[in-house]
Design a protein around this ligand. Sequence first.
Ligand SMILES: *[C@@H]1O[C@H](CO)[C@@H](O)[C@H](O)[C@H]1NC(C)=O
Ligand SMILES: *[C@@H]1O[C@H](CO)[C@@H](O)[C@H](O)[C@H]1NC(C)=O
Ligand SMILES: *[C@@H]1O[C@H](CO)[C@@H](O)[C@H](O)[C@H]1NC(C)=O
Ligand SMILES: *[C@@H]1O[C@H](CO)[C@@H](O)[C@H](O)[C@H]1NC(C)=O
Length: 476
Amino acid sequence: MAFLVAMFSAVSVVVLAVHWVYRWRNPRCSTGNLPPGSMGLPLLGETMQFFSPNTTFDVSPFIKNRIKRYGPVFRTSLVGLPVVVSTDPELNHFVFQQEGRLFESWYPETFTEIFGRSNVSSLHGFMYKYLKSLVLKLFGPESLKELLLRDVETAACANLSSWSRLSSIELKEATSNMIFDLTAKKLISYESSSSSESLRKNFVAFLRGLISYPVDLPGTAYHRCMQGRKNVLKVLKNMLKERRNSPWKQHGDFFDCVIEELNKERSLITETIALDLMFALLFASFETTSLALTLAIKFLTDHPNVLEKLTEEHDTILKNREDPMTGVTWMEYRSMTFTFQVINETARLANIAPGIFRKALKDIQFNGYTIPAGWRIMVCPPAVHLNPEIYEDPLTFDPSRWKERPELNGGSKHFMAFGGGMRFCVGAEFAKLQMAIFLHRLVTKYSWRAIRGGNIVRTPGLGFPNGYHIQLFPKA
Ligand SMILES: *[C@@H]1O[C@H](CO)[C@@H](O)[C@H](O)[C@H]1NC(C)=O
Ligand SMILES: *[C@@H]1O[C@H](CO)[C@@H](O)[C@H](O)[C@H]1NC(C)=O
Ligand SMILES: *[C@@H]1O[C@H](CO)[C@@H](O)[C@H](O)[C@H]1NC(C)=O
Ligand SMILES: *[C@@H]1O[C@H](CO)[C@@H](O)[C@H](O)[C@H]1NC(C)=O
């Protein structure tokens, strides 16, 4: 009898397991056909394949192979969740257009855990607009013109000058430091030199595990990521407490705005939201810009003709300047036409974000397929940016393509380096300003030579595994 029970249990378990695996691989959809694709192994899905490193600027082999097999829209499973990947410009556009209606922002589990508690990154409608208006006080056009332009130039001058006294600098690390320091100063009056707690180090740990399998065990990237976030929040929380407990004094930073809001009679934000927001802003600010800047300088090194043309543009600005002692003016900044072409072209090829995630709120029909409610959808910028039908010879670095193709401008359908839809990155203008002003100072005052490194790897986010080491020489 016992034997029969054991036997029966064992068979049931096997049957259930087989059924479960079958269901995993063949998810149901009652309202139509799912896009084609494979869900990979149970639980793990195709996560490993997705994260496997590669060194190409091209669309990652993971995406490329599946497009070949299934077409531009296919299903897969990443970090334990069913995902529809879209490389179709129409569907991408639709996703961004319908933000808040049919789709909401969604980030991998790590993100949800991280930004989740007060939902800063998935805030919708009213609250989002409200926070955005707060952020625009810092990064909006007025502030860019009146304050940030000067601050960015001062930082670029000082940092470049100190680097030029060294026999070698690692550009990614150096620019990342410079940008983080500047942003942290603007946000919270943080001085890395006079602080024992390295905020940036914690952010780096956080970043490394951001898109990782969410297993919170010591030793995992996810664990270090959560630890990094905890440490940063602790520092921010202490700073906020200190500020609120001491007599009111204007520091001229973003913390001022936040505290002012918190102190309001019927404040819309809580301390938790405020801290999450500060965290998100610091995080969003530095890593992407320093990666883009490093890549831009690598491209310039490899394309002397582009460097020459860029230098010409900036030398002309200096030549036409009435008072040689003043810094870059807003007018001059706006006139850097070729520089913006270089920046766009770098962003197009850099594809720093390998995927932009959304969550479907309702069943969505597209081209005969159904994306079920609750599924994630990953819009894939590389597939768009490297589409040979839109960008001729897509893997070639050619800034002038932006001049010849004015219809590319302003259309988020074919260029989404700075995100798309309502969530259009609030920091994008600040990032462009930092790149342009840094390049201005660099090409007018210095020449440089590459020493080593500069090779890229994608996992699938962009990285420089050996850094990019260069030596700077002041121009005579
Ligand atoms: C990149 O992917 C291709 C195709 O899957 C593979 O053949 C190649 O070995 C990969 N390169 C690296 C450096 O992993
Ligand atoms: C955050 O969002 C989740 C799901 O969208 C919700 O259940 C939760 O209550 C939200 N948390 C806060 C603090 O609003
Ligand atoms: C680099 O710029 C940052 C940001 O303004 C500044 O805090 C730092 O002191 C500068 N470093 C050097 C060596 O000048
Ligand atoms: C760069 O791309 C943006 C779209 O994000 C566009 O508005 C801008 O005009 C482009 N700049 C140039 C120089 O083509």
